[in-house]
Design a protein around this ligand. Structure first.
Ligand code: CS2
Ligand code: MN
Length: 354
């Protein structure tokens, strides 16, 4: 297991020097963030991320994300140029030593929450999801500001895009995902870059848009769309685990034994209703998910992919990007590293800069 930490590049308020001080940290997970989806990343930008990470003794082998252009998800004829750009990015990342690329296939919106700073009795705060509040939101109104999605949409632009998705079914989205995988996976094989889809967060449809990476049946289907091991998963415990119908320990056991998990996002959530949850500290006792069970399954399979603490709470007065503060993610990292050592008798793999 290679312990990793998400780093939003040079503009991240958390410097690489801090990340490298977290015990047993192998590398950073990052991306070229200033290029719009569907465009090719410059070799210089990729090399610069790698050089900066390496200069701090950290690897840059895992990318999150190379975003998929909406025309690919929509299956529009214009997708060809975006598929080609995606393949070119995979080639360039492979040349730079990247081994794993995370992406998602959620129409329009990335992760969604109803409150980004929900206070807990201990004075910390974290992200929560209350279905009632989300159902009351109108994405077409133009005054919705959501985390994790493209801030550059204008009201009209967003409404046009939502119109394009009108009537799209889960079947249509699966068909478009297959076209994407069949175009990109052969390039991944050649470049030795594992593709790892991130589950939909939360794992159910929102605002009338279809979502498909939500449950075991659909994960099976996705893996069968293209049987190459390069077509794999980002096992995000908090995303899948937000639905009480997903048993994340069993899913981890199943997919890690098939060699299809390339990247793990470890985080805990407390389920407070059928479609209500809040993010908690990482340890098993703090939420509804059995993080120890997940780590046991990974340890048993001698998982050698990348694992990062996913969202953390805001603690010790820290402010910053929701879910991506330093302190609680660092606590999560040391908890996960400690479990790994206890379960396998060894520390997570270290990065050696050659
Ligand atoms: C991340 C996602 O913060 C998060 O929850 O896991 O935003 C993730 O980066 C994307 O969905 C992957 O494409
Ligand atoms: Mn995640």
């Amino acid at each position: 297991m290679k312990l990793s930490f998400r780093w939003y590049g040079p503009t991240d308020s958390i410097p690489l020097s801090y990340i490298s001080q977290i015990p047993t940290m192998h590398g950073v997970v990052s991306a070229v963030y200033d290029v719009p989806p569907g465009n090719v990343w410059s070799r210089e930008s990729i090399a610069s991320l790698k050089e900066q990470a390496n200069a701090h003794g950290l690897a840059f082998e895992c990318v999150e994300s190379v975003p998929v252009h909406e025309d690919i998800k929509l299956g529009k004829p214009t997708r060809e140029q975006y598929l080609e750009a995606y393949c070119e990015n995979i080639r360039r990342l492979g040349e730079a030593g990247v081994k794993c690329v995370c992406y998602n296939f959620m129409p329009v919106f990335d992760w969604l929450r109803s409150d980004l700073k929900h206070p807990a009795p201990d004075g910390s705060n974290s992200l929560i999801y209350r279905d009632e509040q989300v159902l009351a939101m109108d994405p077409r109104s133009g005054n919705l500001s959501l985390p994790g999605w493209d801030e550059s949409y204008t009201k009209d632009g967003l409404n046009r895009l939502l119109d394009e998705y009108a009537g799209m079914t889960e079947e249509d989205l699966f068909a478009n995902l297959k076209v994407f995988l069949d175009a990109v996976i052969p390039v991944c094989e050649e470049a030795d870059v594992r593709l790892a889809i991130h589950p939909d967060d939360p794992p159910w449809g929102i605002f009338g848009l279809p979502r498909i990476i939500t449950c075991e049946e659909n994960l099976d289907r996705l893996l069968k769309l293209n049987p190459s091991v390069y077509n794999g998963l980002t096992l995000c415990t908090g995303s899948l685990g937000a639905s009480r119908h997903n048993d994340v320990v069993r899913l981890t056991e199943k997919y890690v034994s098939q060699g299809r998990i390339h990247f793990v996002h470890a985080r805990n959530v407390r389920l407070t209703g059928e479609r209500d949850f809040g993010e908690t500290a990482h340890p098993t006792c703090c939420g509804s998910l059995d993080l120890l069970g997940v780590m046991k399954a990974l340890a048993k399979a001698d998982f050698d992919g990348y694992l990062r603490p996913d969202h953390g709470r805001m603690i010790w007065g820290e402010t910053g990007k929701p879910g991506y503060g330093l302190y609680d993610r660092a606590l999560g990292a040391t908890y996960l590293s400690g479990l790994w050592e206890a379960l396998t008798g060894k520390s997570p793999e270290r990065f050696t800069n050659t």
